[in-house]
Design a protein around this ligand. Structure first.
Ligand SMILES: [Zn+2]
Ligand SMILES: [Zn+2]
Length: 68
C-alpha cells in the first residue's frame, strides 16, 4: 500500500487495520498477532496467513478437520 491522492484509506502495515481517516490511523493501537507459529517466531493476524506460512516454511499439511 502507498499513500497517495487516490487512496481511500490507510492500512497499518503492522496490524493490517484499515482506516479511512488518517487521524484515526495515527490514534489506533496495534494489536499483537494472535496466531503464532509454534516452530518459529513468526506470527500472523489471520489464521490462514499462519497456515500458509506453515505450509510453505515448515511443510505443514493444513488439517481439514481437527481431532485431537
Ligand atoms: Zn496497527
Ligand atoms: Zn513458522
Amino acid at each position: 500500500m502507498f499513500v497517495g491522492e487516490r487512496m481511500i484509506g490507510y492500512t497499518c502495515t503492522k496490524c493490517s487495520k484499515f482506516y479511512k481517516m488518517w487521524s484515526n490511523y495515527l490514534k489506533h493501537k496495534c494489536e499483537p498477532p494472535q496466531f503464532k507459529c509454534t516452530l518459529c517466531p513468526f506470527a500472523a493476524f489471520k489464521a490462514f496467513i499462519l497456515q500458509a506460512h506453515q505450509a510453505e516454511q515448515h511443510n505443514f499439511k493444513v488439517p481439514t478437520s481437527s481431532s485431537s
